[in-house]
Ligand binder design. Sequence first.
Ligand SMILES: Cc1ncc(COP(=O)(O)O)c(C=O)c1O
Length: 338
Amino acid sequence: MENIDWGHLSFGYNKTNYNTRCYFRNGKWGKIEVSSSEIINIHIAATCLHYGQEAFEGLKAFQGKDGRVRVFRWEENAKRMQSSAKGIRMAEVPGALFKEMVWKTIALNREFVPPYGTGAALYIRPLLIGTGAEIGVKPATEYMFMIFVTPVGPYFKEGMKPVDMLISREYDRAAPLGTGNIKVGGNYAGSLNAIQSAHDHSFANVVFLDAKEKKYIDECGPANFFGVKNNTYITPKSDSILPSITNKSLITLAEDMGIKVERRKVPVEELETFEEAGACGTAAVISPVKSIYDPATRKTYTFYQDQAGPVSQELYNRLTAIQLGDMEDKYGWVEFVD
Ligand SMILES: Cc1ncc(COP(=O)(O)O)c(C=O)c1O
């Protein structure tokens, strides 16, 4: 391993030593295999390539002050991956196999877990694909589950930086009864034009609305949305958003802080009344939002400008402190790898 400049790692792919793989054939999962290759070999007619049988997850491991490695809420990711598999008729990965592969992949790449205090973490990417060859539109009978890890730098290098968002009026991310609530590749392909269009207009990301009525906020690019007003944390309830594990955790922490929580439809006009707004997900924990522009009304909704609002900041501090082992983990969210 070359010397890694932990403090300047990007939030991107950095090569590690090994990944793990497991194959589903003849109705059962086989033995875990270890590979040092970043390449996979699959059939030209594999269903993942043609019919989008692909689901993935994203979670992180952190090194605490004590030098021990902690994984944050892996069981939630394992469950969500099962729900994704069900949603596109793939073989489900049992929780025990998911855990064993996460643990093994971290152990094999132990030296890539960023040290405490660098702001960096080890990002874990489980991936499930249909590998069986089919030409008709139907589920494969063979699957491959793999995990790779990569050290990633902090999302915000100089502290949390509020961003500008654009409401997507030209593109939807997911259909009302579609696959928006599971983590499958097709949703991300479907969001690329919207994200590019936001970038072209100098926005950090997009806010998707509900595809049916175009009245309510769904989510923000690859993150859930929340707003704060009158000591209340408000986050959209929708069948077409991905249930974020970060959001779920922030809700628990907000309640701990004596903040009321509402999970309900959030009409676009309500943005006017929010004191704080944020996007939450594994990558950044919280991305504070400083403005949201709606091209339909040409209205810009604004929130805290130069820094995160006090509730967002406190939620961020608490969640990251639990992840790093700096604060009591009273809900049992972290599990030690070593
Ligand atoms: C579409 C979408 N929404 C929300 C999230 C946030 O989920 P989590 O907090 O589990 O990372 C993600 C990232 O996984 C995502 O891709």
